[in-house]
Design a protein around this ligand. Structure first.
Ligand SMILES: [Mg+2]
Length: 243
């Protein structure tokens, strides 16, 4: 059934690739955000991150002179935390140490769940085996997202996906994925705005994660031709190191 589109009340905006690319602002993005702010719509910033806490993101955005407050940011780590709270589980946090502030106050002793993000420092046999055993005991596997790989300054690098898949394979279970493009991610991001998906639009640079995900959740999706879009459209225009 086609959703009936209503007046636009909320705008979800992606961060990396849309407002900024690593430590540089996308030209014109601050100005565009100001114009958006001068209208009456509610703005939320949504991003897939497995290692940057909200505080880290906020500091970077402040440096780039974006006017954004902490409660406007919704990340895949936020989504993982709310799922942990909903399920009332004590997770083994297989995440980068920099992500830990976003789980402050969550009980982690005697774990009965596994939360997994990109954690290169922790992805070794012993910790993965510990997670494996918890899963065998029936602990749910919560994945921040399942990206296969990502682009780093020194070239492509393994994402969290292959490690999530290894645990799924070993235990014959499926992870609950919480980041974009999951439908629940977009609905969670809208929660508290009082808006329905039909009243919201998502702006991002990723055709699948931003636009496809939002459309699947009943929102409009707008693709900006910056960041990842350029990487997909013109892969040969980018050198192998950095982008
Ligand atoms: Mg992006």
């Amino acid at each position: 059934m086609m959703a009936v589109r209503r007046a636009l009340k909320a705008v979800l905006v992606d961060l990396n690739g849309t407002l900024h690319i690593e430590d540089a602002a996308v030209p014109g993005a601050q100005e565009a955000l100001k114009r958006l702010r001068s209208s009456s719509v509610i703005v939320r910033f949504v991003t897939n991150t497995t290692k940057e806490s909200k505080q880290d993101l906020l500091e970077r955005l402040k440096k780039l002179e974006f006017d954004i407050s902490e409660d406007e940011i919704f990340t895949s780590l936020t989504a993982a935390r709310s799922l942990v709270e909903q399920k009332q589980v004590r997770p083994m946090l297989l995440v980068d140490d920099r992500a830990l502030p976003d789980f402050k106050g969550i009980q982690t002793n005697d774990p009965n769940a596994v939360v997994i993000g990109l954690a290169p420092e922790h992805f070794h046999y012993q910790t993965l085996n510990q997670a494996f055993r918890l899963l065998l005991d029936g602990a749910p596997l919560i994945a921040i997202h399942k990206a296969r790989y990502y682009k780093r300054k020194d070239g492509l690098a393994l994402g969290p996906g292959p490690f999530v898949t290894a645990l799924e394979y070993a235990t014959d279970t499926s992870a609950i994925v919480v980041g974009k493009p999951e439908k629940t991610f977009f609905l969670e991001a809208l929660r508290g705005t009082g808006c329905e998906p039909e009243e919201a639009v998502m702006i991002g640079d990723d055709c699948r994660d931003d636009v496809g995900g939002a459309q699947n959740a009943g929102m409009l999706g707008i693709l900006v031709k910056t960041g990842r879009y350029l990487l997909y459209a013109f892969p040969n225009a980018f050198p192998k190191t950095g982008w």
